[in-house]
Ligand binder design. Structure first.
Ligand SMILES: NC(=O)CC[C@H](N)C(=O)O
Length: 446
């Protein structure tokens, strides 16, 4: 009853707010006309008890034996996954739709989540692939001019489990101290703690191919640029057109939008697309995207990258960077708890500048394993790990983090421009100097 009365009060407020604004200029009015204040209706969507008087109805059981009682929102059921913490203050919708989180529970360290709801613009892929969302406090109302739906309803529709009223600080400290942990999240009372613990101990994220589950099934063309109102850098000034092939290992849409804004026409292809088919398209460059899971568990993708290297300019992002590292002869390893957030300092060793970057990875390339000629171009200043690579002789560049941000700061957007410059140099070379010619000569020599 109390929630209903509160809901009435808020909608009443919205009406008065809008009518007051209707006398202001049309320019000012436009965004506010979409302004909405919702009291979460997830109870109606899921048939569950109303917050905040709801009792704990979920358990998160970690493989170290700890059990965390919680309140559920979104979907119900039992789900296993690896728990990782993300330190971004905003951008939970982009995080929920980042395919690189497949197989993982994302625990947000920001204690207050859900206050801006979900909108139509911030999706980073066609669905949510993550195992579930773990938060401290679920906002009781949403207030944002772009909000179309509350977070709980959105997760319920996509069959993704969420829990709140969890001591997220305590879990984060444990992950930092002991490293990533596998957990099982359940709303099923018929399962004992012991059963859930056994489930968490018998599953592992290492060694499994997660990219084939998130990649597109057939090629498609992409032309959409960043909408002009959000574009801070290119402003549609790039007329030159480069044809690129983008391997979808779990690609975030903002990578495609940023490339399109820099003048690229893109063919997106599935993770299993043969290198020979890509080369037949005669692209100006190839992008290897981000993607979930263990980079050493997908040797077929490393093989594809190997067959493309040295023939056209390439750019690898996150998983793409890790596959490139392996294709060049290097090795990847699993980090203690990885990097997930929008506030990671990275030093660009070529310019000396420090960028604040968006990151999401649990694995890294071991620079000591790389052959001569491959340069480490960026390092993560939190732990000194390798954050970028280049092999200029073969027009190869890669970043371990996310120049497309979404969510996150835009400091690293210049990387897309650099990739375009690599393609431009290659395009303007005389035929006997270009990579394709040199790699054919090399093949004939050997
Ligand atoms: N965002 C990504 O591409 C992640 C890469 C890889 N799955 C990792 O966790 O390191």
């Amino acid at each position: 009853m109390a929630t209903k009365a509160f809901g009435f009060l808020l909608s009443d407020l919205t009406t008065r707010f809008d009518s007051k604004l209707s006398s202001s200029s049309p320019k000012l009015r436009a965004p506010f006309l979409r302004c909405s204040l919702h009291v979460s209706s997830h109870a109606a969507a899921t048939g569950k008890e109303q917050r905040p008087w709801k009792n704990s109805d979920a358990r998160l059981v970690l493989e170290d034996g700890s059990i965390w009682k919680a309140k559920s929102f979104g979907a119900s059921g039992t789900q296993v996954g690896e728990v990782v913490f993300n330190t971004s203050l905003t951008g939970y919708q982009e995080i929920l739709t980042d395919p690189s989180y497949a197989g993982q529970f994302v625990l947000m360290t920001n204690p207050h989540i859900g206050n801006t709801g979900i909108n139509f613009d911030d999706e980073e892929s066609r669905q949510c692939f993550l195992a579930g969302l773990v938060i401290r406090s679920l906002s009781i109302s949403t207030s944002n001019w772009r909000c179309a739906e509350p977070l709980g309803d959105y997760l319920a529709k996509r069959n993704i489990m969420g829990i709140y009223d969890v001591d997220t600080r305590a879990i984060t400290r444990r992950l930092r101290q002991d490293g990533s942990l596998i957990g099982v999240l359940s709303t099923d009372n018929s399962k004992t703690d012991e059963e859930l613990l056994q489930m968490s101990r018998s599953w592992d994220i290492v060694g499994i191919d997660l990219i084939s589950g998130v990649s597109c099934k057939s090629p498609y063309e992409w032309v959409d640029q960043t909408a002009q109102e959000w574009d801070f850098n290119t402003n549609g000034s790039h007329r030159e057109t480069f044809r690129i092939v983008a391997y979808d290992f779990g690609i975030k849409l903002n990578i495609l939008r940023r490339l399109a804004s820099y003048g690229c026409k893109i063919t997106v292809v599935p993770s299993t697309w043969p290198a020979s088919e890509t080369l037949k398209l005669k692209p100006d460059g190839v992008l290897f995207s981000n993607g979930p899971g263990d980079p050493s568990a997908v040797p077929y993708a490393v093989e594809t990258v190997k067959n493309i290297l040295g023939k056209v300019p390439v750019f690898g992002i996150c998983m793409g960077h890790q596959l490139l590292g392996q294709a060049l002869g290097g090795k990847t390893f699993k980090m203690k708890f990885g990097h997930h957030g929008g506030n990671h300092p990275v030093r660009n060793l070529q310019t000396g500048h420090v960028e604040i970057s968006a990151q999401n990875h649990n694995y890294a390339v071991d620079p000591a394993s790389l052959p001569e000629g491959v340069k480490v171009t960026h390092i993560n200043l939190n732990d000194g790990s390798c954050a970028g690579l280049a092999f200029p002789a073969q027009k190869i560049m890669s970043l371990q983090y996310h120049p497309e941000a979404s969510p996150g700061p835009h400091d690293s957007d210049y990387a897309f421009k650099q990739f375009v410059e690599l393609m431009n140099q290659e395009k303007n070379k005389k035929p006997h100097e270009n990579l394709h010619h040199l790699s054919t000569m090399h093949a004939m020599d050997s």
